[in-house]
Design a protein around this ligand. Structure first.
Ligand code: PHE
Length: 455
């Protein structure tokens, strides 16, 4: 569909569709792969506790700010800033977001591709009879292979593009409404399996009993970084989705519901994983290999493991897909609206750019591992620049923009729907957006890039 100013903008058709799409963006590898291993290395329940505080105080306010910009601006991540602050450099925040979408998709799409390989291995019973060392070797051989990960990654990108080309309501919303309930169902089945294993209790304790002796400055920084990444904040995803939300919907409620849903799924993923990890006497702080090495080892020992392994990797694939859809949409919305391309052309162009960067990411695990930028391989460089720099910096500018530039009157109107909603939380959220969030983000950011050293 070509952009035509006479045509109304595509939008989400229902409340459930909004939540499914936004929670679909938020719930992803960050929840099911990263949250459990971050919690695993950062003291379990203590990490969860700090993470919750960040989500409630900072995550929700940045999300409200992004939704406000998108719905008030009625355009993509760059266009919305241009519409709300014409002639000012604020649109550069959107520009950083588009760049981050390319970078994140590049490495995120690589891991998403791995889930397809692991679905395939689950189907052919490829983990059976393998020792932990064999499984670890299998993972390394696969990820360092010059061709196979690229094949899966390309397939994953094609699936994502297929949904995005179909449009906001007929593509993104439609698939999110099917995939998100399915994701919840699978995760619940996996939890039942995990918590009924003998010795599971210890895993539940690990996740919920806070051990604050493990908390360091690093835990705090990881928790905030994880909150941003997991809620898809700081790069215009939620601005873009916000622009598809109708004027009658309640943005404050939406932000709270999406944030809680995202946190709930992260906790549920922990509940599906840790009881099984403890039941099999495995160290919970395995790091990034937790899902691709530790879990296959558990599945092949567990009764019914064949089915649960397949379910788990399908779960991971679904979670990744609804997130890559949102990453691609950020770019496609920009290309189609600002550069006046058809949706199809915009999707193909964006996907080609992503594929190029994505192939470099995959190869950086093997053949071109020696190629370094600032001492980091391409994957780590893109990961670092996008998630550690652009997301917090973008989030900081976004809350400053909404807190101080957009004007209290405009923000209030957007959040109480021109006075038709009560919006009792509004004063609290405004305070968080103007003061608490910017200060907290700035402190953590400065500390992270090493200017302040609290850790
Ligand atoms: N929130 C997604 C996850 O947790 C990742 C993501 C980040 C998606 C930024 C879109 C934008 O996996």
């Amino acid at each position: 569909m070509a952009v035509n100013s006479n045509q109304p903008r595509d939008s989400f058709g229902s409340k459930f569709g909004i939540i499914a799409a936004a929670a679909g963006s938020a719930v992803g590898l960050g929840n099911i792969w990263k949250f459990p291993y971050e919690a695993g290395v950062n003291g379990g329940g203590a990490f969860l506790f700090i993470y919750l505080i960040f989500v409630l105080l900072i995550g929700v306010s940045v999300m409200v700010a992004e939704l406000t910009i998108g719905r008030a601006g009625q355009r993509n991540a760059i266009g919305s800033f241009k519409a709300l602050a014409p002639g000012k450099p604020w649109f550069l925040v959107g520009m950083m977001g588009i760049a981050a979408a390319f970078m994140i998709f590049a490495f995120y799409g690589a891991v998403a591709g791995w889930t397809l390989e692991y679905i395939y291995q689950s189907i052919r019973n490829g983990f059976a009879g393998k020792s932990p060392e064999d499984l670890s070797q299998m993972f390394t051989e696969f990820t360092t292979n010059p061709a196979r990960p690229i094949m899966w990654q390309t397939l994953f990108l094609i699936m994502t593009a297929g949904v995005v080309i179909a449009g906001v309501q007929k593509g993104i919303e439609k698939y999110s409404k099917i995939l998100m309930p399915l994701l919840l169902l699978i995760i619940l089945v996996l939890i039942v399996r995990s918590v009924t294993l003998p010795g599971a209790r210890e895993g539940i304790n690990f996740l919920f009993k806070p051990d604050f002796s493990k908390v360091t400055g690093h835990t705090i920084i990881s928790a905030l970084g994880q909150a941003f990444f997991s809620l898809s904040l700081g790069m215009g995803t939620i601005i873009t989705y916000g622009s598809y939300i109708k004027k009658k919907e309640n943005l404050l409620n939406t932000a709270v519901q999406v944030s809680l849903a995202d946190t709930l799924i992260a906790v549920l993923a922990g509940l599906a994983i840790f009881p099984a990890v403890f039941a099999f006497g495995i160290n919970p702080s395995e790091g990034p290999g937790l899902v691709f090495i530790t879990l296959p080892n558990i599945f092949q020992q567990m009764p019914g493991g064949y089915v649960f392994s397949l379910m788990f990797f399908i779960l991971l694939g679904i979670a990744a897909l609804t997130s890559t859809i949102s990453l691609l949409e950020v770019i496609v919305a920009y290309f189609s609206e600002e550069l006046k391309m058809s949706r199809k052309r915009a999707t193909l162009l964006a996907a080609s750019g992503i594929l190029f960067l994505g192939i470099l990411c995959s190869l950086s695990q093997g053949p071109i591992a020696g190629f370094k930028i600032f001492g980091l391989n391409i994957w780590d460089f893109l990961d670092f620049t996008s998630t550690k720099i652009i997301l917090p910096l973008g989030g900081l500018f976004i809350v400053i923009f909404v807190g101080f530039v957009l004007g209290r009157k405009r923000v209030t109107e957007e959040l109480n729907n021109e006075g038709t909603l009560k919006a009792r939380l509004l004063p609290v959220v405004m305070f968080l957006i103007r003061f608490v969030a910017p200060i907290a983000i700035a402190l953590v950011f400065l500390n992270m890039i090493g200017i302040l050293k609290i850790t």
